[in-house]
Design a protein around this ligand. Structure first.
Ligand SMILES: *Cc1c(COP(=O)(O)O)cnc(C)c1O
Length: 467
């Protein structure tokens, strides 16, 4: 049979539907988006087809079907949530790319309460006058850390920016060369310093900084001493840094404030739960630090926020600075943080009440039992899965060298590790594992027990896809 000759370009171009035709197509009228937002999408897709026809690169036989598919797909991007839940099987508990800390129940309820209703965000219920949004977390933070005063802003980076701007602008701040850190690619201490208008004076060397290096750098232009927690790295070997107590003393001899960027900010000593050792915010304050700055969504386990606790005299400067207004938190953040902080009043229950603590403390035997239960099903053939020992990280720059023992499901076939990873990422909800030695690992420590069945479903689906 002779083949039908391909229609020429002009015929194809003439056969393109008009925007109006497309708008009244039942497929398009069924899309829950107003025509005024669909029109430009249709126009763009029609133009793309027109260009492809002219370049001879258009290969579709049914133009209308192809166009409708494109429009549906673009509409789905608009209609489906972009920000969505995922199953964190990375083993990294505080993963910045996956939203760091999952919130405790009480925090979720508090967010709901203040977001559904009006609230006393800035209303003083005693006298009916204007209140202060900073008041809601302040008493808890003071009680928990022993600080004189506390404020909360959008994140730790914002808190440092505010402290440096309010106290150090146009003045000098000596910082150790060993602490000029970059965290997560977006937070670089030298850049934040520059942005604040403070002049950084580098002291010491990368591996060694002595007290005398700081002392020699202090001039009449010095406004504060600053120490930065080396969150995501360690300088090991022939090293020396100056203790917090020594620096606080030096600062106070010169009547300067001493600011400590703690990064993760431990509220409660949790070594008995298997956490590595790290001084608490209270410990740091008792060394004489004037301002301690830390994140609300790292090891603390609350909402994204930056907390500053310390001496009233300095916090007053932060509170009054114009920048504080620009960096202030939203009511939902404050509600979540307040409820999370309240849990710390009863530290013995944290393992039950705080998801991050629960994850970090879950015994390996438990993780192993859960892994066995996920696999106790024959519906997973032909997947090659085994239960292996793994390591887990706290993440977000907390304890870079310490890892926790964990258990992982190791899937080594029949598909390649990258294909398995992609398939699991496309599951609803996406399951995010990691590739190691040509296999895909799902680390149990960051999977919540109630998510085990989702992991099983994702694996069943993967098994079906692999047959
Ligand atoms: C993580 C971290 C920051 C940044 O904290 P964000 O809350 O992400 O802004 C700043 N300093 C240190 C030392 C950190 O570890």
């Amino acid at each position: 049979m002779p083949m039908k000759p391909a229609p020429d370009k002009q015929t194809l171009l003439r056969s393109l539907p008009s925007i109006q035709d497309v708008l009244v197509n039942p497929v398009v009228t069924a899309i829950a988006i107003d025509p005024r937002y669909l029109t430009p999408i249709i126009r763009e897709e029609l133009n793309a087809i027109r260009v492809a026809i002219r370049d001879d690169s258009f290969r579709q036989t049914d133009i209308l079907a192809y166009l409708l598919k494109k429009i549906e797909s673009r509409s789905r991007t608009l209609l489906n949530p972009s920000l969505q839940r995922v199953i964190n099987a990375s083993g990294i508990v505080l993963h910045t790319n996956m939203g760091r800390a999952p919130l405790p129940l009480s925090a979720r309820q508090a967010v709901r309460e203040v977001s559904e209703n009006f609230s006393n965000l800035e209303l003083n219920l005693e006298n009916g006058k204007r209140g202060n949004r900073q008041s809601h977390c302040a008493e808890l933070l003071k009680t928990l850390t022993g600080a004189e005063d506390a404020i909360v802003v959008n994140n730790c980076a914002a808190a440092i920016l505010l402290a440096l701007t309010a106290i150090c602008r146009r003045k000098e701040v000596p910082v150790s060369r060993g602490e000029l850190v970059e965290i997560g690619g977006s937070f670089r201490m030298p850049d934040v310093m520059k942005f604040s208008g403070a002049k950084m004076v580098e002291v010491g060397t990368t591996n060694k900084t002595h007290l005398r290096d700081y002392a020699e750098a202090i001039t009449e232009k010095t406004s504060a001493l600053l120490k930065v927690h080396c969150s995501n790295y360690r300088i090991v070997g022939f090293t020396k840094d100056v203790s917090i107590g020594e620096l606080a003393n030096l600062a106070h001899q010169h009547e300067l404030p001493f600011i400590y960027d703690m990064g993760s900010g431990m509220m409660e000593d949790m070594q008995h739960l298997g956490y590595p050792y790290e001084p608490t915010v209270r410990d740091i304050l008792s060394e004489g630090v004037d301002l301690v700055v830390f994140s609300g969504d790292k090891i603390l386990g609350g909402a994204q926020s930056g907390i500053v606790v310390g001496k009233k005299q300095w916090l007053e400067k932060l509170r009054k600075h114009h920048l504080a207004r620009a960096l202030r938190c939203d009511k939902m953040t404050l509600a979540a943080l307040e409820a999370t902080l309240r849990l710390y009043l009863q530290p013995k229950d944290l393992i039950k009440t705080l998801p991050v603590a629960h994850m970090l403390a879950e015994p390996v035997d438990n993780l192993r039992r859960r892994a066995e239960k996920i696999l106790r099903s024959d519906s997973l053939s032909p997947l090659q899965i085994e239960i292996v020992e793994a390591r887990s990280q706290i993440g977000s720059g907390a304890f870079p060298l310490e890892t926790l023992p964990s258990i992982a499901l190791r899937i080594s076939g029949p598909l390649s590790a990258l294909k398995i990873q992609k398939a699991l990422r496309q599951f609803q909800p996406p399951v995010i594992g990691y590739v190691q030695d040509d296999a895909l690992l799902l680390n149990l420590r960051t999977i919540r027990q109630d998510e085990d069945k989702i992991v099983h479903e994702a694996l069943s689906r993967l098994a079906t896809q692999s047959t």
